[in-house]
Write a new protein. Structure first.
Length: 196
């Protein structure tokens, strides 16, 4: 009976954990010298959820980046008066990941003859499971000098969460991805890190 209870416990679904955020950054020495002195305007660029800075759907992303930039010691300013402009671009896409065998497999084996005969039953669990639907989210932020337009720092973050999960919502994901993107700012140029 204990063995059956253990097997049932192992078969129970595990609570979902948020997937790590993959982060890549590119930096120039100048950005470090300007940290703590310059004011930044956070603006949306390109398509995707941040196409309209007045949109309620865009606010979690713009506010999350603004919080992180302020936490680094940069001031806030309007686009026309800022020293630097933080261009925020977000894109999301539905993907199907994984594959292979199903999550549960059953095997039966047996032997006969001689003094002993027997039948064995095996139950295996594929922890990876089959194909699953995920929402892949990509966040890109470029810090540019407002006057020259020269990029001084760029960060890219990527995350994939199970479609429909709370972890995939913008209210949860925006602050998480923005925090991962700016963790250890400015970061080592060209390196990709994984942030939990």
């Amino acid at each position: 009976m204990r063995r059956l209870a253990f097997v049932m416990l192992m078969a129970a679904p595990l609570p979902a954990l948020a997937a790590p955020v993959q982060v890549t950054r590119f930096t120039t020495p100048e950005i470090t010298a300007r940290q703590g002195h310059d004011a930044v305007a956070v603006v949306s660029v390109g398509g995707g959820p941040t196409a309209d800075p007045q949109s309620l759907a865009d606010q979690p992303w713009l506010m999350a980046v603004q919080r992180e930039v302020a936490g680094l010691g940069f001031g806030a300013a309007t686009p026309g008066a800022a020293d630097l402009v933080a261009e925020v671009q977000v894109s999301r896409e539905a993907q199907v990941r994984g594959g292979g065998n199903g999550p549960v497999s059953l095997g039966v084996g047996g032997s006969t003859g001689g003094w002993h005969s027997g039948v064995g039953l095996g139950l295996g669990f594929n922890i990876g499971g089959g194909p699953r639907r995920v929402d892949a989210t990509f966040l890109r932020v470029v810090l540019r000098d407002r006057v020259s337009g020269q990029p001084l720092w760029e960060g890219r973050a990527e995350n994939a969460e199970k479609t429909g999960s709370a972890a995939a919502s913008a209210d949860v994901l925006a602050p998480r991805m923005a925090h991962a993107l700016f963790a250890g700012f400015p970061g080592k140029s060209g390196d990709t890190i994984s942030v939990k």
